[in-house]
Design a protein around this ligand. Structure first.
Ligand code: ADP
Ligand code: MG
Length: 253
């Protein structure tokens, strides 16, 4: 990552209350949990990218988020770090009642359009969750569903899935989203282009987005997309509550 180039990229944040969220310029200034900060250091994440600077305080601050940024801008860390930080702050995941017993109840659910993208996100989550006790699992189509079920049955805090396969799991009542605090739609435009709108809508409905959890916490939704066409816009309007909108421009644009 060429940070000199990155720092020239214009970023715009719009939406009610956006002025309350000051972008961070370093990770340590945000006082992340020690294990998470250590993992960022270990991965060589010295400085946040533009989307990370803005997204991390907004998500930790409890707001829904729509972010438009091109490939390679560091979107995975922008949503994964706040999710892991929230899981760490809300206490050891092992204390979540019923966790690990079937059906598994992920605290964060990430949807991605393809197996490759889901696998990349899962890998990144494993790096950030290293040594924290937070479990991340991956499910996608075209692979043995029983093996994935067995893995899920061991418990999952973060679940990364392709929409088709997760929809199968929901149909079999093998995953419970009652505790799912974060729902992330990554590469939303591509998921729509690939015809996943019905599955995405089903999953979003099933997860009860926008509803309250115990202790006054609200389910939080994030959408990431390279483009913001009509269908992505209407989904953002349907799925999210008072969301903030981050646009990361291109260098030289
Ligand atoms: P996007 O989802 O926007 O396409 P990714 O999240 O896949 O981007 O990140 C692109 C690459 O940049 C990955 O290899 C990731 O590990 C790396 N990366 C992301 N953020 C940082 C950072 N703050 N410092 C160093 N490397 C980073
Ligand atoms: Mg990505």
């Amino acid at each position: 990552i060429d940070f000199d180039q990155y720092d020239k990229i214009p970023v715009e944040v719009t939406g009610e209350g956006n002025e309350l969220f000051k972008p961070i310029s370093t990770f340590p200034e945000f006082k992340l949990s020690a294990a998470l900060q250590w993992n960022l250091d270990r991965c060589g994440y010295e400085r946040p990218t533009p989307v990370q600077k803005h997204a991390i305080p907004i998500v930790v601050g409890g707001r829904d988020l729509m972010a438009c940024a091109q490939t390679g801008s560091g979107k995975t860390c922008a949503f994964m770090v706040p999710c892991i930080e929230a899981l760490l702050r809300s206490g050891p995941p092992a204390e979540v009642k019923g966790r690990g017993r079937p059906p598994p109840m992920p605290c964060a659910l990430v949807l991605a359009p393809t197996r490759e993208l889901a696998a990349q996100i899962h890998e990144e989550s494993l790096k950030f969750a290293y040594n924290t006790g937070i479990q991340s699992r991956l499910i996608y189509g075209g692979a043995d569903i029983r093996e994935q079920l067995r893995e899920l049955g061991k418990g999952t805090d973060i679940l990364v899935a392709t929409p088709g396969r997760l929809s199968d799991f929901i149909g079999r009542e093998t995953v419970d989203m009652g505790l799912t605090q974060f729902l992330i739609l990554d590469e939303a435009d591509r998921m729509l282009d690939m015809g996943f709108e019905p599955q995405v809508r089903e999953i979003v409905q099933y997860s009860g987005m926008g509803r309250s959890l115990e202790k006054g916490r609200k389910k939080q939704n994030m959408m990431f997309s390279a483009t913001f066409g009509g269908t992505v816009q209407s989904m953002a309007g349907d799925f999210m509550v008072d969301y903030l909108f981050i646009t990361v421009g291109r260098v030289g644009s």
